[in-house]
Design a protein around this ligand. Structure first.
Ligand SMILES: [Zn+2]
Length: 531
């Protein structure tokens, strides 16, 4: 049943005073000071994305200038005099709101120019609020410029725009410029909470944070979602209700997708995509949610305060458990790949195909050797390793244990510079962990034994290479060098394991250039970019 007296929240609780405008204190303070000092500029330029308070602030300024309750402009308009009431309602004769998008011609601006000469009827100032001013034609801008150059003393122009770069510099230079900010999630939550209190409604913190995140800094968007939720929910607004109203995919689906990805279960991943499509969800939004999900895992992995995530405690616990099973590099790669996927697809089918292809590719990453996955293995090896049979433990050279941070710094950097054109190579030889499957000598002896043991020496020399790679990595000698050593290790292990060199040779540290040469001859042709 429609309530004839129902007003949308955004209008009902629209700020009426400078101090009520959320998240724009840097602007309202300046405006209040200008009014208090009586130095009121005749042209203001309000810049910022939509729904963050530009028009609201413009109207408060208009009231501050024309409030009849005071003899002069005031920082705190009364809100009850005829001028305040009519300006709030948008029908004051001296406050003219113009939509720049639909009144963008020369004639429209000429009309303003002619009218602006006439003295205000009921207020002290004639206030022109031109929204979306960047939509004016160049002729209209020229006409406006003439007015701005010689404005009558009673005229105030407030130009609002979402796209400042489209405003001619000649106009900008005549205006006082105010840059509105996207409102922080915390500020939006406080605002939503205060509206709910006044409406006598309850909501969980997680629900309000979910709304604020989805609004991406836009107050109006957040308020309109809250409006829907008040109608949708009986009693308390919950985290799940926000997901339902926003058409977001259930959080559990993301957990399921993550698990299937970790398990390399392609079939399960495709079924999940099918379910999301069948539920009528928007795929580009789904990809963004996946992106946010892995970003959250990254936040957990980084050991940041879980409060940052603003999720229900049980969700945070789940995220932390999953994050522990990922390597940082892997998470970074996932985030990058999904971030790339969010651009450039406009049909649902294209999105679906691309999403499925990416999921399959990511699941098959173990068979392909990408630059990133090599880096990942290098780090594992450097940290004492994944080689089965205790290969690393048998190392005659102490394997340096890199601290938790330096090894991450390398791959993080390389991962962010490489992904645009991922270079992949087909694995020329089995990975190191497959290379040394032979049982390791029961007592690993670093001293050369009198009878050469081919197996022991192969393992020893591999350990030296690992130590070298870890050293290089720690010393930050550059990706190319590290890669050369690592590739050399693969080749050597593939070709030389059966014909081991003497112990002296194993102890000799080969210069990286030699390793690079060794590698190049064998691998060059397969180093071409894939796809
Ligand atoms: Zn008033």
């Amino acid at each position: 049943m429609a309530d004839a007296n129902y007003t949308v929240l955004a209008r009902k609780w629209r700020p009426q005073l400078f101090d009520e405008v959320v998240g724009q204190e840097h602007i309202t303070r300046t405006l209040k000071n200008a009014i208090a000092s009586g130095r009121i500029h005749h042209a203001f330029l309000f810049i910022g994305s939509r729904g963050i308070g530009k028009t609201t602030t413009a109207r408060i300024l208009a009231k501050a200038l024309n409030c009849q309750h005071f003899d002069a402009p005031t920082m705190t308009p009364c809100g009850t005099c005829d001028n305040c009431v009519s300006i709030t309602a948008g029908n004051n004769i001296d406050v003219i709101e113009i939509d720049g998008a639909s009144n963008n011609g020369v004639d429209d601006v000429r009309e303003i120019r002619d009218n602006v000469r006439m003295v205000p009827t009921s207020g002290r100032y004639k206030v022109y609020i031109i929204d979306e001013v960047h939509q004016l034609s160049s002729g209209a801008f020229n006409a406006l410029l003439k007015t701005l150059e010689e404005p009558p003393s009673h005229a105030i122009f407030i130009l609002a725009t979402t796209e400042a770069h489209k405003i001619p510099a000649t106009i900008v230079s005549r205006c006082q410029r105010y840059d509105f900010r996207r409102v922080t999630i915390g500020d939006i939550v406080v605002l939503l909470r205060s509206i709910l209190d006044r409406e006598g409604m309850r909501a969980t913190d997680e629900a309000l944070y979910a709304i604020a995140r989805a609004a991406e800094g836009g107050v109006r968007d957040a308020e309109s979602v809250l409006d829907e939720l008040i109608t949708y929910c009986d009693g308390e607004i919950t985290f799940n209700a926000v997901f339902e109203v926003l058409g977001l995919v259930d959080w559990r689906v993301l957990h399921g997708l993550c698990d299937a990805m970790m398990a390399g279960d392609v079939a399960r991943q495709l079924i999940l995509v099918e379910e999301v499509v069948a539920a009528g969800k928007d795929l580009s939004q789904f990809v963004e949610e996946i992106l946010r999900y892995f970003r959250n895992l990254l936040v957990c992995k980084a050991g940041a305060d879980a409060e940052l995530l603003r999720l229900p405690p049980e969700e945070i616990a789940e995220m932390q458990a999953r994050a522990a099973r990922f390597m940082n590099v892997k998470l970074i790669r996932l985030v990058e790949q999904f971030a790339m996927l969010t651009n450039g697809y406009d049909s649902q089918l294209a999105q679906r195909t691309a999403l499925e292809a990416l999921l399959i590719k990511l699941s098959k990453v173990d068979v392909e050797v990408s630059l990133d996955s090599i880096m990942e293995k290098l780090i594992l090896l450097g940290a004492g390793g994944i080689v089965p049979g205790g290969g690393a433990a048998a190392a005659p050279v102490p394997v340096p244990r890199p601290g938790p941070n330096p090894p991450e710094a390398g791959p993080t950097e390389s991962a962010s510079t490489v992904p645009a054109s991922p270079r992949r190579i087909e694995a020329p030889a089995p990975e190191p962990r497959v290379v040394a499957p032979e049982p390791v000598p029961p007592v690993p002896v670093p001293i050369p034994v009198s009878v050469p043991d081919p197996v022991a020496e192969a393992v020893d020399s591999a350990a030296i290479e690992r130590a070298k790679a870890a050293d290089l990595l720690r010393d930050n000698l550059g990706l190319a060098t590290v890669m050369a050593v690592f590739r050399g290790t693969i080749v050597r292990m593939g070709t030389e394991a059966a014909t081991p060199a003497g112990p002296e040779a194993a102890a000799e540290i080969r210069p990286p250039e030699m390793e690079a040469t060794l590698y190049d001859a064998d691998l060059d042709e397969s180093d071409a970019p894939m796809e």
